[in-house]
Ligand binder design. Structure first.
Ligand code: ZN
Ligand code: ZN
Length: 693
């Protein structure tokens, strides 16, 4: 369902932040201004959105950015007038009457009814109060909330126009969507636009090309990134980090295929509910358990035929002996005579007919079964495969908690319009793990997952983060949420405890949990203050039961484990997209695709040899080091290394050679002077080992 058609609940509205109130109020002011210029404008919906607000309007005049100055001038007047947002409640009939008179979303009564507002009134549930808000002359149908006065809108700016169908449905009229943003004050707004400018420079798609990290290719397909060697370094360093961290935390690694039969996704519930987000199935000819059965049947028939052939031969042989005896007048032995009598009774022709018919039937059955297609799906999630691994071995309470980890590749069929660089892709490698534990172990396990997050945040210098803790709504048990009230209460309480105790920055969002348990979305802010949702943690107390997963308890009874899905580093794609912006492509030493470049000043042999020695020494220690032995001037060599964002440059002159030194230069820090070679190398190795920022 497109977002704009989803009606916000009153609860959700009450949770609007101050900034959202300011922005939504600015939408009312925008409508006021448009009406001053074009009084017959018809307004539909005007909600706050990420980073701003919009208002949808039907108007014969085509609004363009050239109109913005005029509209903004009218908006300023309305803000200066400092009108209060007056709320009044009306009956449904009163609201309909005002709408019919064209008074809703308008400055006065008009000849044409407020058609969209009338339609919106129809959609308001019977029991819900209908409220109107008025600022100055502008009266609007709205549930609020707003700021107190128009003057509370500290700073605003119109940003762009787009077109949008009413309620997101292309059968409805096309409207003009005017976007803007608003802030508490001018300083905050300026900081926002500066941040946008900086974000443009740090755009991961732009830097991804410049630093040769990844590509997309039309022949491979949209949303399917290919990683160049430099990008692959980032991936492998992240995996190394994850593997070390997870190993220390008691995880075990597993590996699973990228696809599975339809049946598994029916068990997991991904089918049919998640089918739209999965790639369509691969249709294969049937194979599997039926095939060997038919094979066996055919082999039996072959065996029967062979036996029959032998029988025929024996019959002929015995017949020949009997015939010989008859001619010579000898008496065949009584044994042969008896056997001959038995064989004579066999109707060979009938048996051949019988075998042939059964063989034909088997072949036809096999053909029919092979025509019945079988469906395989690319995996959209790793969980079902991991559940199979849990279930494959008899588990006891002693095995728990069991933590299965995999950088699993998943495929999701995102709409092509939704694809965006590395942020929205169709193939992704996920820092996945599933922790199977008892209820008693849950809290400690969940806490350990959170600590892992904090450790990663420290490694990457992520200072600002927020965990959105989504809980269930008891009134929707059995519909939106699995009907296990006790488990919901218990697990939510445990998650809440962990979050509180650890002092983690979090907000609680009711009614947004997953079907099978509470979840946490992790939002982080990049160095320039842009928000990214990088990971989701989920508690799952329903799916393990669907897969029939059990373990033996101390009392020797069977119990179902809880499962924690966690992916602190999210997917490589999204996390690297975030890191590119966060570091502006200036990766710390441990992550940098090219960590060190050795640059001799000149090309005399002793200088080159000394440089080669340093390269060999670093390489032997696993450092990604390159050298520039070109005939370029040293200034050009440095410029080229800086442009490629090489982390550390070791410039080698004759004086360095004599003193067994190197002249150290760090990208972004400039020349740090000559230092003893051994000291510099030791420090480089230490910085890499520590993953120093
Ligand atoms: Zn409003
Ligand atoms: Zn999972």
């Amino acid at each position: 369902m497109p977002e704009e058609t989803e009606r916000k609940t009153l609860d959700q509205r009450q949770q609007m932040t101050e900034l959202e109130r300011i922005r939504h109020s600015a939408a009312h002011v925008l409508a006021t201004a448009i009406l001053r210029i074009w009084p017959d404008a018809q307004f539909a919906a005007g909600p706050p959105v990420e980073n701003g607000f919009y208002y949808d309007v039907e108007l014969s005049h085509r609004i363009t950015p050239e109109d913005f100055a005029q509209i903004e001038a009218e908006m300023k007047k309305e803000i200066k007038a400092n009108h209060t947002f007056e709320r009044q409640t009306v009956t449904r009939n009163e609201a309909l009457e005002l709408g019919t008179k064209g008074r809703l979303g308008a400055l006065s009564e008009r000849a044409t009814p407020s058609k969209f507002k009338l339609d919106i009134i129809e959609g308001i549930p019977e029991h819900e109060t209908i409220s109107l808000f008025q600022n100055g002359d502008f009266l609007d149908l709205c549930a609020g909330p707003h700021v107190m006065r128009t003057g509370n809108i500290g700073a605003f700016k119109l940003t762009h126009v787009a077109s949008a169908y009413y309620k997101g449905d292309e059968r409805n009229p096309q409207l003009q969507r005017i976007y803007g943003t608003a802030f508490k004050n001018k300083t905050e707004m300026e900081a926002y636009f500066t941040m946008l400018e900086e974000a443009k420079k740090r755009d991961h798609r732009k830097l991804g090309r410049e630093l040769e990290l990844f590509i997309f290719d039309e022949d491979v397909g949209p949303g399917l990134p290919l990683w160049l060697p430099n990008g692959t370094v980032l991936i492998e360093e992240l995996e190394k980090l994850a593997k070390e961290t997870e190993f220390a935390a008691g995880y075990q690694r597993v590996r699973t295929p990228h696809l599975a039969r339809e049946n598994m996704y029916l068990t997991s519930g991904h089918l049919p509910y998640y089918a739209e987000s999965m790639f369509p199935p691969m249709i294969l000819r049937q194979e599997g358990p039926l095939h060997p059965l038919l094979d066996k049947q055919l082999k039996e028939l072959d065996h029967e035929a062979t036996e029959l052939a032998k029988l025929v031969l024996t019959k002929e042989k015995l017949g020949a002996i009997a015939e010989q005896a008859r001619i010579t007048g000898d008496n065949p032995s009584t044994v042969i005579a008896a056997e001959l009598e038995t064989i004579k009774a066999v109707d060979v022709a009938q048996m051949i007919r019988d075998i042939a018919m059964r063989r034909l039937a088997s072949s036809m059955l096999q053909g029919a079964l092979l025509d019945e297609p079988e469906h395989y799906y690319l995996k959209a999630m790793n969980c079902p495969h991991h559940h199979k691994l849990f279930g494959a071995v008899q588990r006891s309470y002693r095995d728990l908690p069991l933590r299965l980890a995999e950088y699993g590749t998943c495929y999701r069929y995102e709409q092509s319009g939704e694809l965006f660089g590395l942020m929205r892709v169709r193939s992704m490698q996920m820092n996945d793990a599933h922790i199977y534990c008892t209820e008693e172990q849950f809290e400690a396990e969940f806490n350990a997952v959170n600590e892992m997050y904090l450790k990663y945040f420290a490694t990457f210098g992520i200072d600002k983060y927020l965990m959105r803790f989504s809980t269930h709504d008891p009134s929707k048990l059995g519909q939106k949420f699995v009907d296990q009230p006790e488990l919901w209460k218990k697990t939510e309480e445990m998650v809440r405890n962990v979050l509180k105790k650890s002092g983690i920055n979090y907000v609680e969002v009711p009614n947004e949990a997953a079907f099978y348990g509470p979840k946490i979305d992790v939002q982080v802010w990049s160095a320039i203050g842009r928000e990214f949702t990088i990971a989701t943690n989920q508690v799952d107390f329903a799916v393990p039961a669907r897969f029939g997963l059990t373990y033996k308890t101390k009392e020797n009874t069977e119990a179902t484990p809880l499962c924690i899905h966690r992916a602190p580093l999210g997917t490589h794609e999204r996390f690297i997209g975030f890191l590119i912006e966060h570091y502006a492509g200036n990766f710390p030493l441990w992550l940098a695709p090219e960590q060190v470049r050795v640059l001799p000043i000149g090309d005399e042999e002793p200088l080159i040899n000394y440089s080669k020695e340093i390269v060999a020494e670093l390489r032997a220690q696993g450092v990604r080091v390159e050298s520039d032995f070109s005939s370029d001037h040293i200034k050009a060599k440095i410029a080229s290394a800086e442009q490629k964002k090489v982390h550390t440059m070791l410039v080698i002159g004759n004086r360095d050679l004599e003193a067994n030194n190197v002249s150290l230069r760090v990208h972004g820090k400039g020349n740090l002077g000559a230092k003893p070679r051994n000291e510099v190398i030791a420090d480089l190795l230490q910085a890499i080992k520590e993953r120093r920022a």
